[in-house]
Structure formats: structure tokens, C-alpha cells
Design a protein around this ligand. Structure first.
Ligand code: ADP
Length: 248
């Protein structure tokens, strides 16, 4: 869970970078362009040296920026484990509450029985955090965040996590774009537009999907559904105490 928090902070930092990157890039290009102009007009060898050094520096900074962007877009391989999704969500309670505000009430409802799901636990934690942080941002005056884990009624081969808030909601136009990378309605520096694309990428790479339902002024509901597996739960997760020796 600590790792998920660290990862989401990193994601946010990289996101801030991408938000400001176009601006920074433009400034660097301006530096190069005006240095080139001055270079053309100057005969002083010392001055020309300094201008060239300045251009090199700007170019290096520019390629540093693109390197960081590329590092972000590179997908790391999934580390899959067979888990009980309900248990994973319950484990996140403290972290979720800490990521929200005091005026937001969190309730978690796990409807058992649930079949096991094979997924990357780190990605699941990140997805839940991203959904919770969005819900928080959508409820500036407080509200309720309700997380429900259930077996899909029509098809018990999938386990779903429903994350519902009582926030500002979204127009149909916004709803149709929320999963796009870099789509955000938040001001520069606050939104990265990467949260829901992580959720979408996680859902798809796990063989599931994620949908949104919302009405302006009436909150939003995100539903993440994942396929179940016949494999046995990972030992670490199903750590049942050893059976007591039978009395004779
Ligand atoms: P970010 O949060 O950085 O903007 P996301 O990909 O997480 O990026 O979300 C994209 C956009 O979707 C948000 O800017 C917001 O407009 C909308 N959105 C996401 N979650 C909610 C929500 N729970 N309620 C209202 N709007 C939301």
C-alpha cells in the first residue's frame, strides 16, 4: 500500500511534468533560436563560444525532458498474482481514507462469495487510488465514496469493483473522453489526465474493462470488472492457520 502511494505520487509528478512540458519546450526552442540570431550577428569569438554553449545546454535540457516522458510511457511487465479482490480492497481502506479528506465518508462493501482473480496487485492499488482521488476532487464540499465489490449478477465469471461518489458528475461529452491519456478538465498543475488511463490500461491488460456512468450534478460511478480464474489463491493471500491436530 505504501508502494502504491509512492507510485501514485511519482505518477502525479510525471504528470505535472507532461503538463508543463510543452511550455518548457517552447522556452528552450526560443533560447536556441535567439542564440542562433545573436551568433549570426556577433564577430567576438568569446561571445560566440558562450552562445554555442548556451544552445548546447538548452538542447540537453530538451532531450532530458523527452527522456523522462519516454520513461513514463514505457510499460513495465505485469507481476500477476491470484488474489481475493475483496480482501485487497479492504486492505486499502486506511490508505484510501488518508488520500481523501475528513469531509468525505468512505464505505466499503464486499459482497461474498467472490472467486479469485489473477492480477497485478500494485496496479489494482494504483487504480483504486486514482479513482478515489478523482472522487475526492469531484466533491470539493464533501460527500460519500462508496466502494462495492461484487460478483457480476449475470455472469459469475467476473468480479467487479464499483466506485461511486456524490460529486459534481460529468457531461456526456466529458464521459466519452475520460479514459483518454492526458484528457483532463482540471487546471494545469492539478490534473495530469493520466489517472483514468492507468485504470483503463490495468483493466484491459487483466482481461477486463472499466465503464463510467454519470449525470452532471449527480455524482459518478466507475465500474471495473475483471475475469476470475480457476487457479488457487496465492499462498501469501490465503494464509490460513495450519489445521489443529485432531483429538483422538
Ligand atoms: P485527472 O484526474 O488528472 O484530470 P483522470 O484521467 O483521472 O485525470 O480524469 C480525467 C477527467 O475525468 C478529470 O479531469 C475529470 O474531468 C473527469 N473525472 C474523472 N473522475 C471523475 C469523477 N469521479 N467525477 C467527475 N469527473 C471525473
Amino acid at each position: 500500500a505504501e508502494e502504491a502511494l509512492r507510485q501514485s505520487q511519482k505518477l502525479e509528478a510525471v504528470g505535472r511534468l507532461t503538463g508543463g512540458v510543452a511550455h518548457d519546450f517552447n522556452n528552450l526552442l526560443m533560447v536556441v533560436s535567439s542564440a542562433a540570431d545573436m551568433l549570426q550577428r556577433s564577430d567576438d569569438p568569446k561571445r560566440r563560444e558562450a552562445l554555442i554553449a548556451g544552445m548546447r545546454q538548452a538542447v540537453e535540457r530538451g532531450s532530458g525532458l523527452t527522456r523522462q516522458l519516454l520513461a513514463f510511457s514505457r510499460r513495465k511487465p505485469l507481476k500477476s498474482a491470484v488474489v481475493d479482490v475483496g480482501e485487497q480492497v479492504e486492505r486499502m481502506r486506511i490508505l484510501l481514507e488518508r488520500s481523501l479528506r475528513e469531509d468525505i465518508r468512505v464505505s466499503i462493501d464486499v459482497q461474498r462469495p467472490l472467486r479469485p482473480v489473477e492480477l497485478d496487485v500494485g496496479e489494482l492499488e494504483l487504480a483504486l487510488l486514482n479513482l478515489a482521488v478523482n472522487a475526492r476532487d469531484a466533491m470539493p464540499d464533501g460527500g460519500e465514496l462508496t466502494i462495492t465489490v461484487f460478483s457480476e449478477p449475470t455472469n459469475d465469471e467476473r468480479i467487479c469493483i464499483r466506485v461511486a461518489d456524490t460529486g459534481v458528475g460529468m457531461s456526456p461529452a466529458v464521459q466519452s473522453r475520460v479514459f483518454e491519456p492526458f484528457f483532463t478538465t482540471k487546471e494545469v498543475g492539478r490534473g495530469t489526465g493520466l489517472g483514468l488511463s492507468q485504470v483503463y490500461g490495468f483493466a484491459r491488460s487483466s482481461g477486463g474493462d472499466v465503464t463510467v456512468q454519470s449525470e452532471e450534478g449527480r455524482g459518478a460511478v466507475f465500474t471495473l470488472c475483471l475475469p476470475t480464474t480457476d487457479k488457487a489463491l496465492a499462498a501469501e493471500v490465503s494464509a490460513a492457520p495450519p489445521a489443529a491436530p485432531r483429538a483422538r
